[in-house]
Design a binder for this molecule. Structure first.
Ligand code: UFG
Length: 326
């Protein structure tokens, strides 16, 4: 049995990875300050309440639970917030990882799976995006995630950490049994917002931009089911535990859905048309983002199983119906 310290394990993607770890007999220990995560999403192992920027908090968790590896999710993720509060993002997302790596070194733990993002590419020169695309993030959020990738490469070059940087495209969906799902506050992501509007909660959805150079004028994104992400994390963890020193991989599906296609899929799954108003473009939204999966397939054996848009929305809806009592 492998014990894994999961920072940010009370959040959306983190909680699903904890569930997947437990399902195969591993032991997730959640380390979370609950600033964005939810205590009710910690169900498959102990919760250590702590902050990644606190050496004493981390040392306590390593001493008490003796993890074999770390999966790191704890971070600020809302792109607009990062533009307003850059210092907060650099402190939590970057200084937090310096603190985490130092604690791992003190504890003699080397394997680290890092939750990175397609935001490191910014507006890519071509899609689908390969890992060798130039890295030109256009947001504070993307720059902090890229800085951590560079930090990991530097520390790994002297043998201090073995890492996997997983660049997610649009994480979505929910556990198919409806047990856990996406619960951001405020919610900025398209699928939960479209489901909210369909359910008649919180008014009409805002659709940001219908004048992009895409097949229907709205942005195209590569939505990937959180359970498929979980499989990739387990595969990355196993590689690091068996000695792989560094890997970086995109996680998406290789194709995308436009905002209008997502809204149509929400209507077909729920039977309810989400009401929406067209608003101007949102700052920093690239027209099309989708992942080239060649590398993830080769190194992680990654093959999305639940990431067609209908399955993603069906699973998300099952969770939200229960959570919202609709
Ligand atoms: N959108 C709307 N209305 C909404 C929410 C979103 O029209 O209420 C549109 C956006 O403008 C965008 C698309 O739906 O065109 C997807 O938006 P999301 O906010 O769901 O996702 P993003 O692609 O903006 O964000 C994702 C990750 C971020 C990451 C970013 C990098 O969630 O963590 O990709 O591009 F930083």
């Amino acid at each position: 049995m492998t014990t894994v310290l999961v920072t940010g394990g009370a959040g959306f993607v983190g909680a699903h990875i904890c569930k997947a770890l437990a399902a195969r007999g591993d032991r997730p220990v959640v380390f979370d300050n609950l600033s964005a995560g939810h205590e009710h999403a910690v169900r498959w192992g102990p919760l250590v309440r702590g902050d990644i920027r606190s050496a004493p908090d981390l040392d306590r968790a390593f001493a008490e639970h003796r993890p074999d590896a770390v999966i790191h999710f704890a971070a600020n993720i809302e792109v607009g917030e990062g533009q307003r509060l850059p210092l907060r993002f650099w402190d939590n997302n970057v200084a937090g990882v310096v603190s985490l790596l130092a604690a791992m070194e003190r504890a003699g733990v080397a394997p680290l799976v890092f939750s990175s993002t397609c935001a490191v590419y910014g507006e890519p020169d071509s899609v689908p995006i390969t890992e060798s695309e130039s890295l030109k993030p256009v947001s504070v959020y993307g720059r902090t995630k890229l800085a951590v990738e560079q930090l990991l490469a530097d520390v790994a070059s002297v043998g201090g950490v073995r890492y996997a940087a997983l660049r997610y495209f649009n994480a979505a969906g929910a556990s198919p049994d409806g047990e856990i799902g996406e619960e951001h506050d405020p919610e900025t992501h398209l699928i939960p917002n479209a489901l909210k509007a369909a359910a008649g909660i919180g008014g009409r959805m805002k659709l940001f931009g219908t004048d992009y150079d895409t097949r229907d004028g709205t942005c195209i994104r590569d939505y990937v089911h959180v359970m498929d992400l979980a499989d990739a994390h387990l595969a990355a963890l196993d590689l690091l535990l068996s000695g792989t020193r560094a890997l970086t991989a995109n996680l998406g599906t290789g194709h995308g859905a436009s905002v209008l296609e997502v809204l149509r899929a929400v209507e077909s799954v729920t039977g309810l048309a989400p009401p929406y108003d067209v608003h101007p473009r949102r700052d920093g939204d690239a027209p099309i983002l989708s992942a080239d999966l060649t590398h993830a397939r080769a190194v992680l054996g990654f093959e999305p199983k639940r990431s067609d848009i209908e399955t993603i929305i069906t699973d998300a809806w099952r969770f939200h119906k229960r959570a919202w009592g609709v």
